[in-house]
Design a protein around this ligand. Structure first.
Ligand code: PMP
Length: 411
């Protein structure tokens, strides 16, 4: 069996207060990190501090609290620019999360660039949030949605991608790392294919962000979206990065306060980037706290963190096969984030999930908002154990031992 690296997991765990608790008389084993990660104390305390000491509306006020709140809010934009290696901070737009980021791009760039007979290309392993907004756009514009196929192992077919992306393709929307399979996609190669055909690419980095460094310039991404809550930050907010020329050319997403320069009943002129896309009062407290999450990740030894997660994944894959030899791993790409999805013949995923919960083990079961993957593989759903920096080999051994018992109970 593989062993974990010298990464100091105990020190990391001490930063996450929620992990210390007992559930159903057992220590909490939190393996639902692909759904949302836990939050370090620095994030939790920043939200508390914001409301206790400087809650105020931003950008408009001249008083001290408004100035501090604005300053802290904008510091997160700068941190996000650094985190993504974006060219300028104005290219970072705060959203409600990955889902809103994709809807924003579909409703603005999509409506502007896609016409009748054009094509939008997604991959076979997209989350519903990177399918439905494009389907809606296709319906509105009489455009076609095309799909890059994947293998039984959950790997995208690059040759087929080159065939699928063509001269009528206007947008390619692709997931960087799959939440159901763990697969890390060759996004740079896909971007090159798309650019060769004059299409722009939106990268869904919801899962990738918490597992490895992102660099929008090295990728050549036109748009990249992510959610704070999968990156140790608060729920309900996220980032959209866009290429500057595209953001400048796009119409606004929502109308309202903040996104305007001048309003009269006859005519409105819009604000400059990034405010053109940030109508209304944003989720200030959570944006402010998100910076602490970004800084937390930046302070990690990222190669060591990645090695730790990969060791956990390898250990869990072996432990699963040893404990439940009939289990089938769903998603067997060579390059995976630390997501282990599996099915056990004769044992329903939901029953396994409920029984594991009795032992304090939190896993996710079902289709994970990726029904087309389940249809493609001919399964109703999976059990998904997804690991983060604070998980341990001991937790995995406990999980494997309890899973063995659970499978015997439900079969
Ligand atoms: N894309 C992927 C790959 C995801 O895993 C998720 C969340 N499960 C989303 C998009 C949607 O993210 P959110 O719900 O935070 O908008």
């Amino acid at each position: 069996m593989t062993t974990a690296t010298a990464f100091d997991v105990a020190a990391i765990r001490a930063d996450f207060p929620i992990l210390a608790q007992q559930l159903n008389g057992n220590p909490l084993v939190y393996f639902d990190n692909a759904a949302t990660t836990q939050k370090p104390a620095s994030v939790i305390e920043t939200i508390d501090e914001y409301y206790r000491s400087y809650n105020a509306n931003i950008h408009r006020g001249l008083h001290a609290l408004a100035e501090r709140a604005t300053h802290e809010f904008e510091l997160t934009r700068t941190a996000a620019q650094r985190f993504l290696n974006a060219e300028t901070r104005e290219q970072i737009i705060f959203t409600g999360g990955t889902t809103e980021g994709i809807n924003l791009v579909a409703a603005t760039y999509g409506r502007m660039a896609v016409g009748e007979g054009d094509e939008i290309v997604v991959s076979a392993m997209e989350h519903h949030s990177n399918i439905v907004p494009w389907q809606m756009l296709c319906q509105e514009k009489k455009a076609r949605l095309k799909v890059i196929p994947m293998s039984d192992h959950g790997v995208l077919d690059l040759d087929a991608a080159a065939q699928t992306i063509g001269p009528r393709t206007k947008v390619v929307a692709v997931v960087y790392a799959s939440n159901s399979l763990g697969t890390v996609n060759p996004v740079k190669a896909l971007i090159e294919l798309a650019h060769a055909q004059g299409a722009v690419v939106l990268v869904d980095a919801a899962q990738a962000a918490g597992h490895f460094p992102l660099d929008v310039q090295a990728l050549g991404a036109d748009f990249l979206v992510l959610s704070s809550h999968k990156l140790f930050g608060p729920t309900g907010i996220g980032l959209l990065y866009g290429r500057r020329a595209l953001l400048e050319a796009m119409p606004p997403y929502q109308g309202g306060g903040e996104m305007i320069r001048d309003v009269s009943f006859e005519h409105t002129t819009y604000n400059e980037l990034p405010y053109k896309f940030e109508a209304g009062t944003p989720n200030i407290a959570d944006v402010v706290a998100f910076r602490k999450a970004i800084e937390y990740v930046e302070a990690l030894d990222r190669p060591a963190a990645h090695a730790h997660e990969q060791a956990l994944l390898a250990h869990a894959t072996e432990a699963l096969q040893a404990a439940v030899p009939q289990a089938r791993v769903i998603g067997q790409a060579a390059d995976k984030i630390s997501v282990l999805s599996f099915v056990v013949p004769g044992a329903h995923h939901q029953d396994m999930g409920i029984l594991l919960d009795n032992y304090g083990i939190a896993v996710r079961t079902g289709h994970h908002c990726t029904q087309p993957i389940m249809d493609r593989l001919g399964i109703p759903g999976t059990v998904r154990a997804s690991f983060s920096i604070y998980n341990t080999v001991e937790e995995i051994d406990y999980f494997a031992q309890k899973l063995q018992r659970v499978v015997k109970m439900v079969q």
